[in-house]
Design a protein around this ligand. Sequence first.
Ligand code: GLP
Length: 241
Amino acid sequence: MKKIICKDYEEMSSIAAFILAEQIRNKPQSVIGFATGSTPVGTYKQLRELYDQGYVDFSEVTAFNLDEYFPIRQDNDQSYYYFMRDNLFNHVNIKPEKLNIPNGEAADPHAECARYDEKMAAYGGTDVQILGIGRTGHIGFNEPDTQLPLATNLVDLTQKTIDDNARFFASADEVPRQALTMGLNGIFTSKHILLLISGEAKAEIVRDLFSGFVTTQNPASLLNLHSNVTVILDKEAASLL
Ligand code: GLP
């Protein structure tokens, strides 16, 4: 995995935004896997600025988001559907029909997962997959376990993740207990994985990520097996390396 250690969050965000902008300039029909969480917010802000400056055009881009809470209404301001529109999609010229996010309102979540994988496969996977990492080492919402799903799946969130994400909700009780997440296959079929990591709270999981071992108990560690991963992290996240 290629590692870029940045002086701060701003630098991490602008490097990530430039990599994405270059990807889209070189291939206007790029398929981009988008992620949520607080980490990529700065990247999306910089991408919006690059769009405003006329540097990048999203009109041919197709988006596949990593995950979504389940169940959750799309108009809930904590849904990832809402997050992506608020942080990026409403501010650039990406076409609504090219946006794909697992449907947190689906009546049959398993059928929704199968539909999502079929659609992604029809595109041949993503050109770039943006990823964050949870303190558990989760990627998407693939939490540590003895085995990890290949397919897009309905998963139970760990207590640690519920507690971490409670800061966005009125209380921990309101955090959905499940999520729809792209599985390892959806993530690994990406041609280029861009893993963004910021802050001291991630330092331990970053140390484990670069420990030289892989384990399903740290899902992100499996990224060591992919041939094209760029990890962009700030000094705080890299402090235990
Ligand atoms: C969330 C998302 C992940 C994200 C991670 C880290 O729950 N499902 O895709 O990478 O947790 O979030 P943050 O960037 O806020 O630390």
